[in-house]
Design a binder for this molecule. Structure first.
Ligand code: NAD
Length: 376
């Protein structure tokens, strides 16, 4: 029986509350699908600062090194806001983890389920039937890391300088990942760039076009980022897989999160290759939500789905991952809603964090019973 080691970093705010539910769901699927996880919980973010003075304590990092995947909650909160920027939970934990492991690919599903279109700020007529987009964002290159960077005075005037640079190998590796993701979905890939203005984008477009010859079953299209930002709010259903560079991805994924309705529904995965395995940090797209922390009302679904992404991408437990996704959809379709999803529509059952976890577990149990019934 396969055993996977998971570094569990629940973090701050709602992190531990939603992590608890994700771990309950993990226990249920591992029993049913015949694998084990060995989980080691470690402090991170504000909890790390409180425990040992650092947002990413050395033994937390060591545990991540030893693990097959990192399941991350969220970090930050008012208690640590007055620390110097580099010591704050977000900068001091997440960025070093990304850099340490070279997590170059960020996968962010933007799913608006048909039952939840009312929670989206977009008009019903634009998103009838919901939508399901996967954004693949390059995470370790481009303008956020390009050198030179400079802020200061030059020739008597204050200037700010950043450099947008991409190397061929960086575009190739994210490109392959995005083409493969498209193969697993509807075989459509939209590459977003600004090739009418930026040289780094011309390279991006050239390499994506070149790679497409290796994926004849995937239909590649290109779109300028300004148009993509408009198209996302005009007709999100036209997209399936989007691949884009770091800065554009940062902005587009936030726009995508907004139009989906609630941050509480959106998981994410940041991936790299380690040997022949996919290593990843799996976390909800939202933050630590200090405004609702400690009340037991946060939506655990983003954390549960992040755990599902870990099963799929790092452990190759595709059936178990599918079962988790399906159970979440089932819980929503029978009306369970945490407060962030509630719209007052008839049939909604507004529940707290634990009851939403129970609803997902019940839906899983029903799936298992159905499978057993079909097999007997
Ligand atoms: P946030 O995502 O924490 O919250 C924004 C809004 O969304 C809040 O109203 C919150 O209640 C709601 N929300 C988020 N997740 C929810 C969930 N699961 N269920 C129900 N509602 C949910 O963003 P913020 O308020 O800008 O930031 C709060 C703290 O989190 C800050 O310290 C910020 O730096 C940090 N942060 C951390 C991460 C991370 O750990 N990856 C990401 C973003 C923000």
């Amino acid at each position: 029986m396969s055993t996977y080691r998971v570094a569990v970093l629940a973090g701050d705010g709602i992190g531990p509350e939603v992590m608890h539910e994700a771990l309950r769901v993990l226990s249920a699927v591992e029993q049913k699908y015949g694998f084990n996880t060995q989980r080691v919980e470690k402090p991170v973010g504000g909890a790390g600062i409180d425990a040992s003075g650092k947002a990413l304590p050395a033994d937390t990092l060591a545990e991540c090194e030893a693990a097959d995947a990192i399941l991350f909650g969220s970090v930050g909160g008012p208690k640590w806001e007055n620390l110097p920027p580099d010591e704050r939970p977000e900068r001091g934990a997440l960025l070093p983890l990304r850099a340490h492991f070279g997590l170059y690919a960020n996968l962010r599903p933007g799913v608006c389920l048909p039952e939840l279109t009312a929670a989206s700020p977009l008009k019903d007529s634009l998103i009838e039937g919901g939508f399901d987009i996967l954004c693949v964002r390059e995470l370790t290159g481009g303008m956020y890391f390009g050198q030179p960077k400079f802020y200061g005075e030059r020739e008597g005037e204050l200037i700010g300088l950043d450099t947008m640079i991409y190397h061929r190998h960086e575009v190739e590796r994210i490109g392959h990942l995005a083409f493969r993701a498209a193969q697993g979905r509807s075989h459509r890939l939209c590459s977003v760039d600004k090739a009418n203005v930026l040289s780094a984008s011309v390279l991006w477009r050239d390499v994506m076009t070149e790679l497409s010859a290796q994926y004849p079953d995937v239909q590649l299209s290109h779109m300028y980022v300004d148009n993509a930002a408009m198209q996302l709010v005009r007709n999100p259903g036209q997209f399936d897989v989007i691949v884009t560079e770091n800065t554009f991805g940062d902005i587009l994924t936030d726009e995508m999160a907004m139009i989906c309705g609630s941050l509480g529904m959106l998981p994410s995965a940041s991936l790299c290759t380690r040997g022949n395995k996919t290593f990843g940090l799996y976390e909800p797209s939202g933050g630590s939500a200090p405004d609702i922390a400690g009340q037991g009302i946060a939506n655990p679904i983003a954390q549960i789905l992040s755990m599902g992404m870990m099963l799929r991408h790092s452990f190759g437990q595709v059936q178990a991952a599918d079962a988790v996704d399906k159970a979440v959809r089932a819980a929503i379709s029978v009306g369970f809603r945490t407060r962030d999803l509630a719209t007052g529509s008839p049939g909604e059952r507004v529940v707290d964090t634990a009851a939403m976890g129970d609803a997902v577990l019940d839906a899983l149990e029903q799936q298992f019973n159905l499978v057993n019934y079909q097999h007997n």
